[in-house]
Design a protein around this ligand. Structure first.
Ligand code: NAD
Length: 495
């Protein structure tokens, strides 16, 4: 589906400045302020977006509240809501390539992955929840004769959605899909460095017939716009993907305001555990390399800790290094690229800081460890494998969110488990083994929201994604996602 001529035509095309979408209209910030959008491909200014104010967030929340209250969306027949959402998906699909290129120029993800993971996943997400929305039934409770207990599921109201920059359309529609399908109104806050495609998505929603005010987008800084949404007395549910530090602030803001429900999808330090009896070490090395280095490691479920059984450690690391050296890093608009740009200079510097610290502790940087392609002005980093990492090192405990893999050897299954579970996170994990019983034992005992067996990544929309421990408290994807956006209400009758 990738059309190189189209990509080339769009590569340097001017980008219209972004705008808030509030109550169905493009709006500037209330004080007219804008922020530059820097492309990580070359460090140049791509365009601007409004630097939103708290008043902008409040205007969007007011629009969402009013339109939820008047029932223009929530009270539509489910089939009518479905038709509009399906039309929305169709419009996104028709623009998928343009959206993918715009997104890549904004956030740096390699185009092959971006096309599939971003617009096309958005299309799939919206269709999935649109198709499901008229199959959600209430319940009749098994009461004693003489009573009737009905359990209704009602749209929760106004949803605040705050999303990160690594996969704005995928993560955005993991929230927008079920929230809008459930009949809620939404105020969406994209990340500063990945707002452009989400603004376009909201415009396409209006074109598809979504009533004005149901989906509002406010761009700007997290501590201003995001905080205003979190602190609002008029937002009923707050859904978030991003860092733990921000997640903590959102919980505080909820406690200090209206105790809105807060669902957090946070970071990880996911263990990828390779036992000596893995069925195919070459396949394990290839998938493990992709599992940490795709999108330059900027994937929440990235397998960023490689736990390898000591007897195969050197052999496996050699295979992994060979696979990694085969990966093409660079221009994300070249379809043959396997890993594109790091999202921002700040993130690149943070990644390099982790490597420098590991070096200073005597850990070995087996490959990578440095900025590359600096002459482009872009933010590129060589995929990096660090060996000899100790389980308590900062590199093994904290999320880098970059292309840096920490390798830790282990001797026994018990030790592997102990190391795997020895961080504050619990988002994803993988186990490579031919022993079926061991695979099941590990699935039970590894504390993670998703445990892959003999693979890494690729868990599709039909299964939930959410973290344990400090990786979060809610789930995106699957029908379970609806629970966040629907309230239960009991009707109790005396017959
Ligand atoms: P971040 O927390 O800095 O920002 C995420 C969003 O929160 C942005 O829109 C930002 O503007 C906003 N924000 C920042 N400060 C805020 C505040 N004080 N109040 C309200 N909103 C605020 O995270 P990031 O750097 O954009 O994203 C990277 C993080 O996201 C990583 O830790 C990664 O693991 C995590 N992540 C998790 C998942 C998941 O599904 N669990 C998926 C992708 C990314």
């Amino acid at each position: 589906m990738l059309d190189q001529a189209r990509i080339d035509a769009l590569r340097d095309a001017p980008v219209t400045p972004g705008a808030h979408i509030i109550d169905g209209a493009r709006r500037e910030a209330s004080d007219g302020a804008t922020m530059e959008v820097i492309s990580p491909l070359n460090g140049q200014v791509l365009t601007t977006i409004p630097k939103g104010t708290a008043q902008d967030a409040e205007a969007a929340i007011a629009a969402a509240r009013a339109t939820h209250g008047d029932g223009r969306w929530a009270d539509l027949a489910p089939a009518a809501r479905k038709k509009i959402l399906m039309k929305w998906a169709e419009l996104i699909e028709a623009e998928a390539e343009d959206l993918a290129v715009l997104g890549v120029r904004n956030n740096g993800t390699e185009i092959g992955m971006a096309l599939k993971a971003e617009p096309l996943t958005a299309v799939a997400n919206i269709r999935y929840y649109a198709e499901a929305l008229d199959k959600l039934y209430g319940e009749i409770a098994p009461t004693a004769p003489g009573n009737l207990g009905l359990v209704h599921r009602e749209p929760a109201g106004v949803v605040g959605a705050i999303v990160p920059w690594n996969f704005p359309l995928m993560i955005g529609t993991w929230k927008l899909g079920p929230a809008l399908a459930a009949g809620c109104s939404v105020v969406l806050k994209p990340a500063e460095t990945a707002s452009l495609t989400l603004i376009r998505l909201a415009e396409l929603a209006l074109e598809a017939g979504l009533p004005k005010g149901i989906l509002n987008v406010v761009t700007g800084e997290g501590h201003v716009v995001g905080a205003a949404i979190a602190e609002s007395m008029d937002v009923d549910v707050l859904v978030f993907t991003g860092s733990g530090a921000t997640g903590r602030r959102l919980l505080e803001a909820s406690a200090k305001s209206n105790m809105k429900r807060v669902y957090l999808e946070l970071g990880g330090k996911s263990p990828n555990i390779v036992f000596a009896d893995a069925p195919d070490l070459d396949e394990a090395a290839k998938v493990s390399a992709a599992g940490i280095f795709r999108n330059s490691g900027q994937v929440c479920v990235a397998g960023s800790r490689l736990l390898v059984e000591r007897s195969i450690h050197d052999d496996f690391v050699a295979r992994l290094a060979a696979q990694t050296e085969n990966m093409k890093v660079g221009d994300p608009l070249d379809p043959s690229t396997n890993a594109g740009a790091v999202n921002s200079l700040r993130q690149l510097e943070q990644n390099l800081g982790f490597v420098e610290e590991a070096k200073s502790q005597g850990r070995e940087v087996r490959i990578g460890g440095k900025r590359i392609l600096e002459e482009t002005g872009g933010y590129y980093m060589a995929p990096t494998i660090v060996t000899g990492v100790e389980p308590d090192d900062r590199l093994a405990q904290q999320e880098v969110f970059g292309p840096v893999l920490a390798v830790i050897p282990f001797d026994t299954e018990e030790e592997a488990l102990q190391i795997a579970n020895g961080t504050e996170f619990g988002l994803a994990a993988a186990v490579w083994t031919s022993d079926l019983s061991r695979a099941h034992r590990m699935v039970r005992k590894v504390k993670a929201g998703v445990v892959h067996v003999n693979t890494y990544g690729g868990a599709d929309l039909t299964v939930p994604l959410g973290g344990l421990k400090q990786s979060g408290n809610g789930h995106d994807k699957s029908l379970h996602a609806f629970d966040k956006y629907l309230d239960l209400k009991t009707a109790w009758f005396k017959l």
